[in-house]
Design a protein around this ligand. Sequence first.
Ligand SMILES: [Zn+2]
Length: 371
Amino acid sequence: MALRVLFFLILAQLTYACKEEMINLPALYDQNPETAAIGKTGSNELIILSPLQKKPLSYHIYSSGSDPKHDPYKWTLKGSNNGIDWTVIDERAHQYFCARYQERSYTIQNPKRFDQYLIIAETQNRDTLKIGDIELFSGNTVELWKDFAYPAIQFENKAQNTLGSQQYEELVQNPDNFIRYHAQKVAEILFYTDKDTMNDIQKIAYQLSDYNGISAKSGQPPVVSIVFSTQHIEKSANESLFKLNYETRGVLFHELTHAYQFEPSGIGSYSTNKTFWACIEGLADAVRAEAGFFDINKLRKPGGHWLDGYQTTGFFLQWLTTKDPDAIKKFHLTVRDLPIWSFDMAMKQVFGPDSGIEVLWNEYQNFLNKN
Ligand SMILES: [Zn+2]
């Protein structure tokens, strides 16, 4: 009798295990890692809605803003055309996220087009699963950038006992991988592939420091140094962890651009020539804007001059991508190639002889005034 009860119990357990319910959590695929899909403990079967008509070749998955113990640690990606038969298209285990709201990208090992997709995922210790976002792509930038030469990172926290340092650690669990990730992302905006000629950055010394300021880069390739202020971290974190995330990544995009960008020729230096300075600081803010770490709709205003540098120049350069998606890359190549660099020559080189800086700047101002 006792044996029979045990048998039924085991059977009931097995049936339950097989009848796992597929859950639809729109926060999983809303392209916003700030909103997390919150699953349950143990294994989760989560539906991914994808508008993709072509076969997906890669996907990205974002960690949430919660404690890392909720991050997905292993998962299986499946596709189906009838909701009954599911084919495994990718499988991962032992995955870690170097920060909160952190993207990781993967090549799909067994790519095939399906009508619907599903991820079966769990955390390392079967805690409640939380995922920031998942998106499938028909392209594959993972392959395009797989040979990117990552710099060595020397991370130093010189502000150990500050609140800003604790807040940084809440956001970033692995600073080395966090900085390396952003170095590649900057290169992806400035260059076409990992085979392009670029500054040979072998080492980045990155320092958290308790001072009144934001961030700064010093040194020249192959070794550059970046300092980030814990006082600035505290100000950003006041609002939310997501705001800190936004600001930390934004500042990093700007400073790392300085490491990878070419310098204009024939016009003096950063400290002696305004055009040189505006080119350098404008491009760094253009890259930050292109990466999505400026609230452009709020910050972009008519007026100013293309030589004003920073956001004024940067937002203009980023706006040029509405005319040509590769405008930032092409602009950056003029910095390398023109013997005597100027904004006017750069614009003409990218957009043709009739499109000098005044023509394009006026067009940009008209656009800003209408919006
Ligand atoms: Zn700068």
